[in-house]
Design a protein around this ligand. Structure first.
Ligand code: SME
Length: 152
């Protein structure tokens, strides 16, 4: 399925009545993992209260030990501080990287902003080397903008 086809489905999930936020986030993870062949692990991390750390939220894919990630650590922890998209074409070339699975070749992390504050991120791992393009970035920015509406 193309990103153009997925966008209205994201909007449908977000606007669903009588559903918890975590259920919606999980549904988004599932939608993306099932329909985008190079998305092999899809999850959300959010700032853990006032702490300088991220906490794992809903995700789809292999279970990970990294349920808490301090700010600055790994790709996710760096995005928590930089407020910038981070596209990693080859995870083996990164010094500050937290490995979750040996099958992962690439990663993309896009921050989620609510009222200008970086509240968390979507994190996607791929088993395909160098799979992410600017199209992924624009699409995932759209997803994050939609997700942000659940927190405002
Ligand atoms: N690789 C991430 C850790 C999270 S896992 O990908 C689920 C990182 O370096 O921050």
């Amino acid at each position: 399925m193309t990103f153009r086809q997925l966008k209205p489905q994201i909007q449908t999930i977000v606007s669903h009545k009588r559903q918890e936020v975590d259920e919606k986030l999980y549904a988004i993870c599932e939608l993306l993992k099932v329909n985008v062949p190079h998305y092999n692990w899809v999850g959300f991390y959010f700032r853990n209260g006032d702490k300088e750390e991220l906490k794992l939220g809903p995700y789809v894919g292999e279970p990970t030990d990294h349920t808490i990630i301090p700010f600055g650590k790994g790709i996710c922890g760096q995005v928590a501080m930089s407020n910038q998209n981070f596209v990693v074409p080859d995870v083996s070339a990164q010094d500050n990287y937290i490995a979750c699975s040996i099958t992962v070749k690439a990663e993309i992390v896009i921050p989620i902003f609510v009222n200008g504050n970086n509240i968390g991120q979507i994190d996607i791992d791929s088993n395909t080397p160098d799979p992410f393009t600017e199209e992924d970035e624009r699409f995932l920015e759209f997803v994050c903008t939609q997700v942000a509406t659940l927190f405002s």
